[in-house]
Design a protein around this ligand. Structure first.
Ligand code: GAR
Length: 233
């Protein structure tokens, strides 16, 4: 994949977004792309669900939309072929899954290898699949979060680009935890798209490096310790 489009008149990376539902992550990307210094633009919003709120958000923003109704089209292969044709016709250089609740065929994933990213509401590899917040709370983990990763053929698997850790609070319900995690998604997804569009993201096997992006020095406890621990004995 080239880091940026070579078209001098339109240097911003052409991004397509695939969404099935509410579209709050799409909205975060729309809002980011509205900023003059953002290095990407949305060329297509594609949904498998006619009437999805994500499509309304796209239309309100004046974006091109496409609907491929998975209930009408028949096979998974036919859906993915039609989607691929739309993405290629739109000139998409990067495809962002944003609440796109369909499994993609290996052929589709291969066609967009390292140009296809997903956001998932857990700290992968913990809790792939559905009902992540219920499962996180039931498991007793102290941190939940979200992950942006390159897509591979297995569901919710692929080189991790970025994660946000979010504390699980006593008394959290799936809804309260989801609100906290979703808010973190809206920060990290546009940030990752920016890094990719700037050509700073490199994949090597399972690992991803991002030029100029450092890990935080801090260590986070949950719960916060109430005793101080001396470093020397
Ligand atoms: C988001 O929480 C996203 O991480 C999740 O669906 C939600 C979509 O919300 N995606 C997955 O679970 C994919 N495995 P949105 O439609 O408001 O962006």
């Amino acid at each position: 994949m080239s880091g940026k489009t070579s078209n001098q008149a339109s240097p911003r990376m052409a991004v397509a977004v695939l969404a099935s539902g509410r579209g709050s992550n799409l909205q975060a990307l729309i809002d980011a792309c509205a900023k003059l210094d953002f290095p990407a633009r949305i060329v297509l919003v594609l949904s498998n669900v006619p009437g999805a709120q994500a499509l309304r958000r796209a239309e309100q923003a004046g974006l091109a939309t496409a609907v491929i109704d998975h209930k009408q089209i028949g096979s998974r292969e036919a859906f993915d072929k039609a989607a691929q044709e739309q993405l290629v016709a739109a000139g998409a250089e990067l495809v962002c899954l944003a609440g796109f609740m369909r499994i993609l065929t290996p052929g589709f994933v291969a066609a967009f290898r390292d140009r296809l990213i997903n956001i998932h509401p857990s700290l992968l590899p913990a809790f792939p699949g559905l009902h992540t917040h219920e499962r996180a709370i039931a498991s007793g983990v102290r941190f939940a979060g979200c992950t942006v990763h390159y897509v591979r053929s297995e569901v919710d698997v692929g080189p991790i680009i970025a994660q946000v850790a979010v504390p699980v609070q006593i008394g959290d319900t799936a809804d309260t935890l989801a609100t906290r995690v979703t808010s973190s998604e809206h920060h990290i997804y546009p940030q990752v798209v920016r890094w990719i569009a700037e050509g700073r993201v490199h994949v090597q096997g399972a690992r991803v490096t991002i030029d100029g992006a450092a890990a935080p020095a801090a260590v986070y406890f949950n719960p916060q310790p109430t005793i101080s621990v001396s470093a020397k004995k």
